[in-house]
Design a protein around this ligand. Structure first.
Ligand code: NI
Length: 171
């Protein structure tokens, strides 16, 4: 268990597609996932993708705090290995995002309101569920990291991108 160094925007590991995990049950992958969870909780953050800790593999860890959602329904700590996102509905919502790889910044990002998530869980079993609202946003943000995409690359209004401290002054 260890807290790993987080890559920041501009580092090449964040800008390229990551590789699928071949053996989700290997000791190395388990150790990496444990360290990713430690790193996310230490930051603190609510999601982390393996390339953010300089490992170009298709792994995401996240959770959704109840307080962040409109309906008060959170989502427990979840590990996604080799995740795939399917579009269920073309509805898009714009919402605030931040990222541990762009410390101190936030911006408004359009995301699909509802997606189907398929992946392998930590125990190697398949996961298949529907995420909506803020939960869908978190999953799309984290899975984008696996394809070398950071949230500013999804923004349609860059005037909303800024330092949280400065944005707070104009609220
Ligand atoms: Ni991020």
């Amino acid at each position: 268990m260890a807290v790993l160094k987080i890559a920041r925007m501009g580092h090449p590991v964040l800008m390229r597609p990551s590789e699928p995990v071949e053996d989700p049950s290997s000791a190395d992958i388990r150790r990496l996932i444990d360290d990713m969870i430690d790193t996310m909780q230490d930051a603190p953050g609510i999601g982390l993708a393996a390339p953010q800790v300089h490992v170009p593999l298709r792994i995401v860890v996240y959770y959704v705090p109840e307080a962040r959602t409109a309906d008060g329904v959170g989502h427990p700590l979840t590990v996604l290995i080799n995740p795939e996102i399917d579009i269920l509905d073309a509805d898009v919502e714009v919402g605030l995002e931040a990222c541990l790889s762009l410390p101190g910044m936030s911006g408004h990002v359009p995301r699909l309101r509802e997606v189907r998530v398929r992946a392998l869980a930590l125990d190697g079993n398949p996961l298949d569920y529907v995420a909506s609202g803020y939960h869908a946003r978190v999953v799309q943000h984290e899975c984008d990291h696996l394809d070398g995409v950071l949230y500013p690359m999804r923004m349609t209004d860059l005037s909303t991108l800024g330092y949280v401290e400065e944005l707070a002054k104009t609220d």
